[in-house]
Design a protein around this ligand. Structure first.
Ligand code: ADP
Length: 318
């Protein structure tokens, strides 16, 4: 018995010692891992704040440059206009075309600069929403009259399918107009024959979801909120499936469209801006299209002002 104890006792000490050393090693390893993790998360924090700063600087740079470019561009557009109107003397027949091209190019550049300015403001969260109560029907009729000359140039017809009892909506008229003018301008630009249709409908949340309103957008407005859908439908060239999401990205064009100095040539920014504006208004902009048959752009807008923004916009007591 004593002999066995002689063997077991040192063994217990050896095993105990080994366990203690093992535990110490594990503890040290864990501590090292924890220190490494803290260091890595600090590094990630530093990188992410650097990225945010760089992004802010890029947006500020874009906003400042665009702003500075606008002033001389406005002067160019203004003076070319006066030249064309003959304020500085009648233009000779040889001068007419080049002056028109200067005007078209300057207008295109101004449009591009305006769009970049809009995008920079949106990225910086500095594009404001000023909601007003709008009568949908007269508003859409007014926007449609804005593109009438473009329609006539291409002999396209425009039909409006709107219920007679369209309700009022609380939204930003400037942003809504910008989206609709862009959608209608595109519909006209990419359609050679046939018709363009503007269709408006009011749908309850459930029906809107069934019609394609994305769930996360629907949730934002509460389950009982009604939605306004404004569709711009054309019978034009259509957009292939693999481009249907990409066209909403900045500077994406399936087909660059008219390449000349025509004021109609594209920038590839219109849809990117329109979708962001739609989201800023609490809605979304979606596309369904079939090449050769046409495209349908659906703008979803909450009919009632989203609760969060209503609270922000309401006057402070006192
Ligand atoms: P752009 O100024 O080039 O029209 P947009 O962002 O408005 O820029 O549109 C991006 C691209 O999406 C266009 O260049 C065009 O290829 C395609 N697109 C937009 N609207 C239509 C449409 N109604 N029919 C066919 N293609 C369209």
């Amino acid at each position: 018995m004593v002999g066995i104890m002689h063997i077991v006792e040192p063994l217990v000490y050896i095993i105990g010692g080994a366990v203690v050393v093992g535990l110490a090693l594990v503890l040290q390893h864990e501590r090292r891992q924890a220190t490494r993790l803290v260091e890595r998360s600090r590094e990630l924090e530093r990188l992410s704040s650097e990225l945010l700063r760089a992004n802010r600087m890029k947006n500020d740079f874009l906003a400042n440059v665009s702003h500075e470019l606008r002033t001389p561009l406005n002067a160019i557009v203004g003076f070319v206009d006066l030249l064309r109107e003959g304020v500085y003397g009648e233009l000779t027949p040889r001068q007419v075309k080049p002056v028109e091209r200067i005007e078209a190019s300057a207008n295109h550049l101004r449009h591009l600069v305006d769009q970049i300015l809009d995008l920079a403001k949106m990225a910086a969260g500095r594009l404001d929403v000023h909601r007003e109560t709008l009568d949908v029907r007269p508003f859409i009729l007014d926007v449609a009259s804005e593109v009438e000359s473009l329609l006539n140039e291409k002999s396209l017809s425009l039909s409006l399918v709107m219920g007679s009892a369209l309700p009022k909506i609380r939204t930003d008229p400037t942003h809504l107009r910008q989206i609709l003018v862009n959608l209608l301008g595109n519909a006209i630009k990419y359609t050679d024959e046939g018709a363009i249709v503007i269709k408006t409908r009011v749908l309850q949340n459930k029906a809107a979801l069934a019609e394609g309103l994305p769930q996360p957008v629907a949730i934002l407005n509460g389950p009982a909120a009604p939605w306004l859908s404004i569709q711009v439908i054309d019978s034009g060239i259509g957009i292939p499936v693999n481009h249907q999401e990409r066209v909403f990205e900045e500077f994406e064009q399936v087909d660059a469209g008219p390449r000349t100095d025509s004021p109609n040539r594209g920038t590839g920014l219109g849809l990117a801006i329109s979708r962001r504006l739609a989201r800023l208004l609490g809605g979304d902009l979606l596309l369904a299209s079939e090449p050769g048959k046409g495209s349908t752009f659906t703008l979803w807008l909450p009919l009632v002002e989203p609760a969060s923004t209503a609270a922000e916009n309401s006057p402070h007591p006192g």
